[in-house]
Design a binder for this molecule. Structure first.
Ligand SMILES: CC(C)(COP(=O)(O)OP(=O)(O)OC[C@H]1O[C@@H](n2cnc3c(N)ncnc32)[C@H](O)[C@@H]1OP(=O)(O)O)[C@@H](O)C(=O)NCCC(=O)NCCS
Length: 117
């Protein structure tokens, strides 16, 4: 996962991303779905709301730069939605600047930068 971050980010943002993901990995309330072919191609994190168990927040969707544009993002987004639907999610929320990407999977703008499915 860190190798994916290294491909996608640099400088202070990379350090912040590595620290945040490392912390999430030791948090039992957070799960990651990881897409692997020969190695890790990408990942996405999610967590159930503590207040409303039907709601989930999604974060850190990343496909390694060298693997983008090949359908991996679609594969991971669809797998994530299947998983959360199995858990009877009624609301899936995410902050993003890739609204057109998430729009392909039924997400609609809820507030500026925030999407909901
Ligand atoms: C956004 C991201 C996850 C897309 O992954 P990807 O593997 O390149 O996407 P895919 O090849 O599976 O493309 C799936 C579909 O989304 C479209 N798409 C891909 N990137 C897009 C983007 N940035 N904006 C809008 N549409 C996009 C593709 O055209 C494709 O459409 P189609 O299936 O209708 O032909 C990837 O570019 C990424 O990890 N970016 C860096 C981190 C990031 O921005 N994460 C999302 C923030 S929450």
């Amino acid at each position: 996962m860190i190798a994916v971050l290294r491909e996608n980010y640099s400088g202070p943002f990379l350090s912040k991303a590595k620290a945040e993901i490392t912390e999430y990995l030791s948090n039992s309330l957070v799960s990651f779905l990881v897409l692997e072919t020969k190695g890790v191609v990408g990942f996405v994190g999610y967590a159930q709301s503590w207040m409303d168990w039907d709601s989930y927040e999604v974060f850190w969707m990343n496909i390694a730069k060298s693997c983008q544009g090949k359908g991996h993002g679609r594969q991971l987004a669809e797998a994530l939605i299947r998983k959360l639907e199995q858990r009877k999610a009624q609301n899936i929320l995410l902050w993003t600047d890739k609204e057109d990407f998430w729009g392909k999977f039924g997400f609609v703008q809820y507030a500026p930068g925030l999407m909901r499915r």
